[in-house]
Design a protein around this ligand. Structure first.
Ligand SMILES: Cc1cc2nc3c(=O)[nH]c(=O)nc-3n(C[C@H](O)[C@H](O)[C@H](O)COP(=O)(O)OP(=O)(O)OC[C@H]3O[C@@H](n4cnc5c(N)ncnc54)[C@H](O)[C@@H]3O)c2cc1C
Ligand SMILES: *[C@@H]1O[C@H](CO)[C@@H](O)[C@H](O)[C@H]1NC(C)=O
Ligand SMILES: *[C@@H]1O[C@H](CO)[C@@H](O)[C@H](O)[C@H]1NC(C)=O
Length: 437
């Protein structure tokens, strides 16, 4: 499908104010586009979006050298940019394993070596203890530490970028007026001319960028073959000030054998976040007003707050709990003050999507974070904008291409070996009610 090169004064709507939408808006604004409007269901940081809450890992440890390079570039910006730096914590990232030669760890190290990135190996507990204070992470056997890594305050960074964009002249419309109901596409020319929203008249534009994360298949059922939403469990524990102090200098730590990871306590409130990079849960989503999907799908709700519930499915709760018990035994029995199901937008390979739609002219898709998109916030938009302008590097273009729908089938999670824990399952009716999804 031929999409004309966008012109700087044409009206561009970006639907979604998460990492993908905001980062793209930033890059386009920097390139001189003058009529950018970002729509969202809520003000960024969107309370039930995937780009919020207290933390996200920022690491260049990847099996795929492409993402490792991109992450290294992002980390440089996290460390230097006035917008992002206040929200970056260079704690280091520790990857621990129960197996001497865990294939995922070995491949990560190979990638790092290939790019002359440094890491510190440890093969015994004493060496590890020299790196990590206190009694944390007691049972670690093998692994390594990457010191050029850490975590970002997700809500803080997203908010800061949205504010910056607003200062730069990017428009934001949020709430029902900013909530897309459907795309306006000419039946004959297949050209997009704007979006219908939940409240008020349509909003017009000649380019629409869908950065709607896990919601995307709600509006584009013809992408089912390549995207699926999965809800991922996260638990929060309130530490005392004394515990917070004791763990303050710990790195972000992942047990790659279980996939469970823990962040350092959040400065200020000593909240500890525990999660695992797993296969997640699907839901049976239902249609909302003005929607017309046919087949069953898994996505968050459009018109209500998907973060209203603090419910965690029993198996997820137990998995997090036992992972925490192994990592930080002294906190094993502390209750969650809050649970959260956070959405991944999965693609079959874990690669992002930054490509024009195969049949609607002017419609561009920017999503597919697959559980690892946040760290790229400072640089992602540049590469997406290159795809949007049709001048991306062949490698980027190929990686983030939307494959032809003729491949058919349903998105299945194939990944780089980083996912652990129980297989993906669909929440039961009662669980879904409790999760309010
Ligand atoms: C539990 C969890 C842990 C993670 N950990 C990490 C990590 O450690 N490191 C890392 O790099 N990444 C991590 N990620 C991944 C990262 O957070 C995501 O890849 C990234 O936030 C996705 O951004 P997005 O813009 O695609 O989605 P979102 O932030 O969800 O943005 C989509 C937006 O679209 C809006 N929207 C939807 N429908 C409509 C509509 N009809 N009208 C208007 N707006 C609409 C939504 O309100 C939402 O704000 C994690 C994700 C989760 C869930
Ligand atoms: C932006 O585009 C919209 C829709 O085409 C148009 O109504 C508006 O006047 C444009 N704004 C500017 C500043 O060009
Ligand atoms: C890592 O996970 C494995 C598998 O669940 C477990 O046996 C081990 O005790 C864990 N180690 C740490 C340090 O968490």
């Amino acid at each position: 499908m031929a999409n004309a090169t966008p012109s700087l004064d044409e009206a561009i709507i970006i639907v979604g104010a998460g990492v993908f939408g905001l980062s793209t808006a930033f890059a386009l604004q920097q390139r001189g586009y003058t009529n950018i409007t970002v729509l969202d269901r809520d003000l960024p940081p969107v309370r039930d979006g995937s780009s919020t809450d207290i933390s996200r890992i920022v690491r260049s440890d990847y099996v795929d050298p492409f993402y490792s390079r991109l992450a290294t570039e992002a980390i440089e910006t996290w460390k230097s940019s006035s917008v992002f730096k206040p929200h970056y914590y260079p704690s280091g990232f520790m990857l621990a394993s129960e197996a001497v030669a865990d294939p995922y760890l070995e491949k990560n190290k190979e990638t790092l070596r290939g790019q002359n990135q440094k890491y510190r190996e440890f093969n015994d507990l004493a060496a590890l203890k020299a790196n990590i204070p206190g009694e944390s992470l007691r049972d670690v056997k093998y692994g390594y530490m990457n010191l050029n890594a850490g975590w970002a305050d997700a809500a803080g960074a997203t908010r800061a970028l949205a504010i910056r964009l607003s200062e730069l002249g990017v428009s934001f419309i949020t709430g029902p007026r900013g909530t897309l109901r459907s795309l306006i596409v000419d039946g004959k020319t297949k050209k997009i001319s704007g979006v219908n929203v939940v409240q008020g008249p349509p909003i017009h534009a000649s380019k629409v960028i869908m950065a709607t994360g896990a919601w995307t298949t709600r509006y584009l059922d013809d992408l089912d073959y390549h995207i699926i939403g999965s809800a991922q469990p996260v638990g929060f524990i309130q530490l005392t000030a004394e515990e917070g102090k004791r763990l303050a200098n710990m790195p972000v730590a992942i047990n790659v054998t279980s996939g469970v990871f823990v962040f350092p306590p959040y400065p200020g409130n000593n909240m500890l976040k525990v999660a695992y990079h797993g296969h997640g849960f699907e839901v049976k989503a239902s249609l909302e007003s003005g929607e017309s999907r046919q087949s069953p799908f898994s996505a968050p709700k459009r018109d209500s707050n998907n973060a209203a519930s603090t419910f965690l499915p029993e198996d997820a709760d137990q998995y997090l709990r036992s992972g925490l018990r192994q990592l930080i035994p002294s906190l094993a029995d502390r209750p969650w003050v809050k649970g959260r199901l956070c959405w991944y937008t999965e693609t079959p390979t874990g690669d992002f999507i930054a490509d024009y739609h195969h049949s609607v002219n002017g419609l561009f898709i920017a999503t597919g974070g697959s559980g690892h998109g946040f760290k790229f916030l400072p640089v992602l938009g540049k590469y997406i904008a290159d795809c949007f302008e049709g001048k991306a590097d062949p490698e980027v273009k190929k990686k983030w291409k939307l494959p032809s729908p003729s491949i058919g089938g349903k998105a299945i999670m194939v990944n780089d070996g980083s996912r652990r824990g129980p297989p993906r399952r669909t929440l039961g009716e009662e669980e879904q009610l409790k999760a309010r999804l």
